[in-house]
Design a protein around this ligand. Structure first.
Ligand code: 3PG
Ligand code: CO
Length: 579
């Protein structure tokens, strides 16, 4: 118990209500017409920068600052929220898989031994996202795994891929499938019966998250396991090219298809005795499929046929659920997160209050819970935490509804702040990211405006008789009312840059002279702002942590709760100067 006790901060008091707001996909970039945050009317976020520059700064949100292999790796919500919540930088899935493959250790592990049992009589199926985006998976890792599995004795291999267009440019799927086809044919030359068996777009097939829409997983199941899909092709390259010809088709939303042999039979349904590896390292969009593949009791959709398989994840996706039970690479061990510390210290310090939290709508819900808490589902202490979820609209792309549920999230947060039951109210506002991923610039501008409004709406007076009443409408309005503190930041960039650029930063046109729309995240830093009436006078950002990143936020927030962070946390970003 004592190991959890945090020292008191010498200058900052306890008991302040803190709103911790994460604007998803909100980076800082050059202000031009493709920067939707710049184009949008965002008076609140602008005001932090201009009116209190000592309480506003930029922090790193990509590459090594969030545990990714290289500085060319853009940030993402998993590693971003991990860093925000854990206060330290952990080597992330991408990096751990790289080293396990490079050293060959992956082939000596329990997980690989487990799937190897299928190699004599069964087929090895690999399911995952096919791109070099590096957010959920990487093509080069798949290639190494294919080669390694063949060397280890896999005789029959089937790949079921999901096309990307979200972490990489739309249309790039064709090139990735061509590369994979070549790899398959190289394997065949070496005597391995290797083929692509099925495919579909990641947002329409398989890769749903947080149980938003099980139909997405079912579409994948039907193609991958049952060998059934609305489209049948003899070749995967042909499939992707043809399906992309449909009006409005894009990589993210390609319909499911199966590859068939000359008699029209699917070449790779999953059968008894086969092995399956889901080769994404990132958890959120593989967890639902992992449940369908692993759980005997399962009622989310009719699986029709449940093959007895040897299933392993590239990583274990959920440490709490131990899902899947077999995996090729051990996940980062993200322990002693700030949420867990705060729960332990809250018991002592705020015994009559509840340490509370967190809301975002379904499509982002797990970011401020699961990822924040080090890839752990559920609360640390149910008596002290409340996780509220606002259901997302299902089955739409968010450019048609760029407001999403931002104002509902903000209102829930406001009510939680005003209730006095919580010390920390943590929210994720998904608009900049979710709409940014659609590549629709106009809609993303609206998304940014709405996210800004969710942070704060200028107070409006309502005539209630003789006295003009003032209602707090959203998060900062409520913080002002209760004398609290706000911390506003982001997990990675997205909406601030919507085009691919050349080295000098100018938009880079494609061969036909067209702009290349960037649906992905970016390498940009993100802002962080602190303030509110509860912030002790003299509190400001230090200038001796110029390279600060997302992992420095946890110690900062612990300070604002009146504590000093554990020694191994990345240093706080703030200092309190006496005036
Ligand atoms: C996704 O899964 O939607 C994208 O690949 C990454 O977006 P996120 O990191 O913002 O969730
Ligand atoms: Co995103």
């Amino acid at each position: 118990q004592n190991a959890w006790k945090l020292a008191d901060h010498p200058k900052l008091p306890k008991g302040k209500t803190i709103a911790m707001v994460v604007l998803d996909g909100w980076g800082e970039a050059r202000p031009d017409e493709y920067n939707c945050i710049h184009v949008a009317d965002t008076p609140t976020m602008d005001s932090f920068k201009t009116t209190a520059p000592e309480k506003w700064r930029l922090i790193k949100a990509h590459g090594s600052a969030v545990g990714l292999p290289s500085e060319d790796d853009m940030g993402n919500s998993e590693v971003g929220h991990n860093a925000l919540g854990a206060g330290r930088i952990f080597a992330q899935g991408a990096k751990l898989v790289d080293s396990a493959l490079a050293s060959g250790k992956i082939y000596g592990g329990e997980g690989f031994k487990y799937i190897k049992q299928s190699f004599d009589n069964g087929t090895l199926h690999l399911i995952g996202l096919l791109s070099d985006g590096g957010v959920h998976s990487r093509l080069d890792q798949l290639q190494l795994l294919l080669k390694g599995a063949a060397e280890q004795g896999a005789k029959r291999i089937r790949v079921h891929f999901l096309t990307d267009g979200r972490d990489v440019l739309d249309g790039s799927s064709v090139g990735f499938v061509e590369t994979l086809e070549k790899d398959m044919s190289n394997l065949r030359e070496k005597g391995v019966d290797a083929q692509i068996a099925s495919g579909g777009g990641r947002m329409y097939v398989t890769m749903d998250r947080y149980e938003n829409d099980w139909n997405v997983v079912k579409r994948g199941w039907d193609a991958q396991v049952l060998g059934e899909a609305p489209y049948k092709f003899r070749s995967a390259v042909e499939a992707v090219k043809k399906l992309r010809e449909e009006p409005k088709a894009n990589d993210q939303y390609l319909p499911p298809f199966v590859i068939v042999d000359e008699s029209g039979n699917p070449v790779g349904p999953i059968k008894d005795g086969d092995a399956v590896v889901t080769f994404n390292f990132r958890a959120d969009r593989m967890t639902m499929l992992a449940k369908a593949l692993e759980y005997a009791d399962f009622d989310k959709f009719d699986r029709v046929r449940v093959p007895k398989i040897y299933y392993a994840g590239m990583l274990q996706y959920d440490g709490e659920l131990k899902l899947p039970s077999q995996y090729l690479v051990s996940p980062p061990e993200i322990e002693r997160t700030s949420g867990e510390y705060l729960v332990h210290n809250g018991v002592r310090t705020f015994a009559c209050r509840t340490l509370g939290y967190l809301r975002s709508e379904t499509v982002k819900f797990g970011h401020v819970t699961f990822f924040w808490n080090g890839n752990r589902s559920g609360c640390f202490n149910e008596k002290m935490e409340e996780y509220v979820e606002i259901p997302s609209d299902v089955g739409i792309t968010f450019n048609v509804q760029p407001k999403m549920k931002a104002l509902e999230i903000a209102e829930k947060a406001r009510d939680a702040i005003l209730s006095g039951k919580f010390d920390q109210i943590r929210v994720n506002l998904p608009n900049g990211d979710m709409v940014g991923h659609t590549g629709d610039i106009e809609a993303t501008v609206v998304a940014c405006k709405v996210a800004d409004e969710a942070v704060k709406v200028l107070r409006f007076a309502v005539d209630c008789g003789r006295v003009a009443c003032v209602f707090p409408r959203t998060i900062i309005d409520a913080i002002e009312q209760v004398g609290g503190i706000y911390v506003i930041t982001a997990d990675h960039g997205n909406a601030e840059d919507m085009v691919k650029r050349d080295k000098s930063g100018e938009p880079q046109l494609d061969k036909s002279g067209k702009l290349q729309i960037l649906t992905s995240h970016t390498l940009k830093p993100v802002p962080i702002a602190i303030g509110g009436p509860g912030l002790k006078a003299g509190t400001r950002f230090r200038n001796d942590v110029p390279t600060g990143g997302l992992a420095n936020v946890a110690a900062t927030v612990m300070n604002l709760h009146g504590f000093i962070a554990p020694d191994d946390y990345e240093p706080t970003l703030i200092e309190v100067v006496d005036n």
